[in-house]
Design a protein around this ligand. Structure first.
Ligand SMILES: Cc1ncc(COP(=O)(O)O)c(C=O)c1O
Length: 464
């Protein structure tokens, strides 16, 4: 049979509280039109993030009972280390409480203000942690990545020609490492090919620069390589993942994604010098190097999750179920980023709300409308997250793409809940010109999407 079904049965359920349109209108107003400020219990389908929201397996829950909570040298750490080492293959394995802690530690241990860190597209916290040291985080995506309709199979690739040129222009000593994010979350959950990682490896070798991976979604990336890259169709996802890591000198990872963790992160690195510095910094803020801000039970669950994530029945279901949502929306004419990403569907807010100018924050406005209409919580990855204002002229610089990400938690929602999502978005699309624009009433300088406040703008003000 061709149909791909959920490769699991549901053993524990969590009720969803139904809400009315009127209630949601009030909730989003009380949240100052920022979906991050909503109470989760007021959300029907929560697609804000796939991070830390996975359903753990019965094996992971059983592992939790095995957690060794010793302060130093816990059994759980060694199980974690074995599971990570077996896959990543680097010399030093350092747990952290989540991905951004790993980013911060690497940034603090390695970066200086004149450094430039090139990548395919840095995730928002990665960028903030790099820039927090005074260094520059530079995105070098492919030109195809800015065209939502372009069907490039590896749209998450780093532009190798620009990488080479950048190193020549700024000089090797200003590039402490190259960072490739797999899959490319801010670029639409798009995969990076093995050929591209290998190409980056060759450039890094020529200039003696370390190559790191942001491996939050390494398993989904491996699956895309299996399905789309010539020569990999008959290899196990696990073997492909190992090859990706073999090409790197180290990796940081949010284990809240492709390790089925509710919490967790890691640094896996070959350099003794960096590992030493990182461990010293880790003790200041995360804890002893054998627990790194995590409980022993978390380490157990992550060690198991890292193995489960590479089960091919799971990966086939995962990628197909995300594509299911995207393809149904595309058939209904809803503008979105193609091809469909691994963990999320990205709506193209500018084309969806083409009555709104960039100043009226089309994707942010759309994310509020989706909540109000259908109780679906999503995450803007666009003008609010990445827009910057010139401090002298006050002019805004908007990112190339203004998107609404519908991130799908792993093993959590059923197909009929996803059908509800498709229907809800389609209904908003049919009445899209009534989606009001938004403007800031409060905007912090760092990571503005988390805590900004907004108000709707009267329709009459719209100028487009
Ligand atoms: C690619 C990528 N890197 C890093 C992070 C940060 O990880 P965390 O949320 O665990 O701090 C995320 C989180 O969404 C991510 O998607």
């Amino acid at each position: 049979m061709k149909r791909i079904i959920e490769p699991f049965r549901i053993k524990v359920v969590e009720p969803i509280r139904m809400t009315t349109l009127e209630e949601r209108r009030e909730y989003i107003r009380e949240a100052d039109y920022n979906p991050f400020r909503l109470k989760a219990e007021d959300v029907l389908i929560d697609l804000l993030t796939d991070s830390g929201t996975s359903a753990m397996s019965s094996t992971q829950w059983a592992g939790i009972m095995q957690g060794d909570e010793s302060y130093a040298g816990a059994r759980s750490y060694y199980r974690f280390k074995e599971s990570v080492s077996d896959l990543f293959g680097h010399k030093h394995i350092i747990p952290t409480h989540q991905g951004r802690a790993a980013e911060r530690l690497i940034a603090m241990a390695v970066l200086q203000p004149d450094h430039v860190v090139p990548g395919n597209t840095h995730f928002d916290t990665t960028r903030a942690n790099i820039e927090g040291t005074g260094a520059t985080a530079l995105d070098l995506p492919l030109p195809e990545a800015s065209d939502p309709e372009n069907l490039h199979p590896f749209k998450g690739n780093i532009d190798l020609a620009r990488l080479e040129k950048l190193i020549d222009d700024v000089g090797r000593e200003r590039v402490p490492f190259v960072l490739i994010t797999v899959t490319n979350n801010s670029g639409g959950g798009q995969p990076v090919s093995m050929a591209n990682i290998r190409g980056a490896r060759e450039i890094c070798d020529r200039h003696d620069i370390p190559l790191l991976l942001d491996a939050a979604r390494f398993a989904e990336n491996a699956w895309f390589i299996k399905k789309r890259e010539k020569g990999y169709e008959h290899r196990w996802a696990e073997v492909i993942a190992r090859e990706m890591f073999e090409l790197s000198d180290g990796a940081m990872m949010s284990m809240k994604k492709d390790a089925f963790g509710n919490m967790g992160g890691l640094i896996s690195i070959n350099s003794d010098e960096w590992a030493d510095k990182i461990r010293n910094l880790l003790i200041l803020t995360e804890g002893f190097p054998t627990y790194g801000g995590l409980a022993g039970r978390d380490l157990e669950a992550l060690a198991i999750g890292l193995r489960e994530i590479l089960e091919e029945d799971y990966l086939a279901y995962r990628i197909a179920s995300t594509a299911y949502v995207g393809e149904h929306l595309a058939e209904l004419g809803v503008p979105l980023l193609k091809p469909i990403g691994g963990h999320a569907v990205y709506l193209d807010g500018r084309r969806f709300c083409d009555h709104l100018t960039d100043e009226l924050l089309p994707s942010w406005s759309l994310s509020c409308a989706l909540y109000e209409h259908a109780g679906i919580r999503s995450c803007e990855i666009g003008n609010v997250m990445f827009g910057t204002q010139d401090p002298e002229t006050g002019d805004w610089h908007w990112p190339q793409l203004d998107l609404v990400r519908l991130a799908i938690p792993r093993r959590v929602y059923t197909k009929s809940q996803m059908d509800y999502v498709v229907e809800g978005i389609h209904e908003v699309f049919q009445q899209r010109t009534s989606v009001p624009g938004m403007r800031f009433t409060h905007r912090p300088d760092v990571l503005p999407h988390f805590t900004s406040r907004f108000e709707p703008v009267e329709q009459a003000v719209h100028t487009k």
